[in-house]
Design a binder for this molecule. Sequence first.
Ligand code: NAP
Length: 484
Amino acid sequence: MTTIEIEPGRLFIGGQWREAADGARTEVVDPSRGTVVTTVAEAGAVDVDAAVRAAREAFDGGQWSGMSGRERGRILHRVAQLIRENAEELGALESLDVGKPISLCQAVDVTNAANDYEHYAALAYSLDGATRDTPMNALAYTRREPLGVVAAITPFNFPLILAGSKIAPALAAGNTVVHKPADETPLSALYMAGLLREAGVPDGVVNVVTGSGPVAGEALLRHSGVDKIAFTGSTAIGRHAASIAGENLKPVTMELGGNAAHIVFEDADLEKAVGAVIKGFVFNTGQFCMGGPRLLVSRPVYSTMLGILAEAVPGVPLGDPRQPETVVGPMAGERHLKKVEEYVELARKEGGRIVCGGERLDLDGGYYYKPTVIADLPNDSRVVQEEVFGPVLTVQPFDSEEEAIQLANSTPYGLASGVQTTNLARAHRIADRLQAGIVWINDWAMLDPAVPFGGVKDSGFGREYGPEALTAYTRVKSVVVSLD
Ligand code: NAP
C-alpha cells in the first residue's frame, strides 16, 4: 500500500495544506459511538476566495486545461489505481466518518470512486468536436472546451462517490475544481486530495475547503471566479443554490432529494423482489437519495409481502460498522436520527401501523435506528410524501397498473423508481410512464459510471455519469474558416 500523508485537519489550497485564515476548526464525530474523532479546519470566505483564486490561476496557467486529453486520462487512471491500492484505509476512513459498514465502504464506495476515475480517464481520450456541412464556402467545426473553475458541493451520505462523480468528469474535460464536502463527513475528501496530488494532478487543479454550508458553501456559490456549480444535496438547499447560479448566470447541475416508489406486481418473483425491496430501503441506513422508501404492492400479494417483510427485516444485521457481518450501521449524525424518530412518530399519528422496527437500537452511544416497515398510511401522509432519509419503508396496496403509476408519480420527487414483474411488456410500459431519471426493473440501485443518473421534478436537473456528465463540464465553440 502506498503511504499517503493524511492531513484531515487542514484545507488543501493550491497544493498546500493550510489552516483556515481565522484558525477556526470543527469537530468530526464517529456516529457509531457519538464521540469526536478529530477536528478539521473550518473555511471562511477568505479561504474560499484563496481556493477559487488557486483554481483560477491553475486553469489560466494551462498546466491542466492545456494538457492533451490523453495525458489527463493517464493521470486519472493513476488516481483510480491509487484509490484501489489504498482501499483499506480509504474504506476505514469513510466508515468512521459516515458510520456505514466498513465492508460496504470498500466494496461499494471505494470501488465506485475508482470506477468513476477509470471511466472518465477513458473518456478524456476522446473528447472531441465535429465538422459541420454548410452551404458556406467554409470549413465549419466545433470544439469542446472546459468551462473553467468548477464549484463542487457534496452531501454527507456518499462523500467519496459523489465527489468522484463530479471531480472525475470535471478533470477529464480540463477544468479545475474547488470541492466543499459536507461539514459532517469531510475526511475522504481530504484523503483524496493527497491521492490526486500523488497521481500527478498539478497544484491548484483540485482544492478542498472543509467548512459549513452557510459560510464556506455560500461563499463558493457566490464567488464570481466560479464558472460552473455542481451541487448534490437537499432540494431546499439546491433551490437556493440554483437561484444564486441564476442571478450570476452560471451553469449548474442539480442532484437533489428523492423519494422513489418500488412497485411489486403479483406476477413478480417475490423472493427476489423482497431482496431488492430491503436493499432499497436499508442500504446506507436509508440515507440514500435513490433509495426506495415507498413500496407499492399489488393487492393479491399485499399481505404476503407484509408477512415476508415482518419476518425478514428484523433479521438484517444492524450494528457496529467495523464488524464484517454488519449490513446496516448507525445514522451519520444525531440530527438524522432525531429526524427519523420524528417521522416515525408522525406516521403513528397519521394512522400508520408499525410492522417492525419503530425504535432506536441502544448500542455504544451510537445513532442507531432499527429498520422500520409501516403499513396503512394514506398516500397524502407526510411520511409517504416527504423524504424521510432513514431506514423506513412505507407499504401501500394498489389495484391496477394505472393506480400504481399514479401513486408512484404522486410525490414532488423524481429521482429513481423500480418495477418488479416477470411480464416484459408491462415492465417497459410502466418504465415509460414513471416520472424518474432512472428506472430499475427486477432489482434496485444498479449503477455504473456508464449509465447517466439524475432527477426530474424536485429531484433536480442535469445528469451525472455517462458521456452526458462529461459534456456538462464543457462548452462548445464553433470555428468557421473561410475557404475563399
Ligand atoms: P444538504 O443539507 O442540502 O447539504 C448538501 C451540501 O450543501 C453540503 O455540503 C452542505 O454543507 C452544503 N450547503 C448547505 N447550505 C449551503 C448554502 N447556503 N450554500 C452552499 N452550500 C450549502 O444535504 P445533505 O443533508 O448533506 O444530504 C442529503 C440530501 O442530499 C438528501 O436530500 C438527498 O436526497 C440528497 N442527495 C441527492 C443525491 C442525488 O444524486 N440526487 C445524492 C446524494 C444525496 P453542510 O454539510 O456544511 O451543511
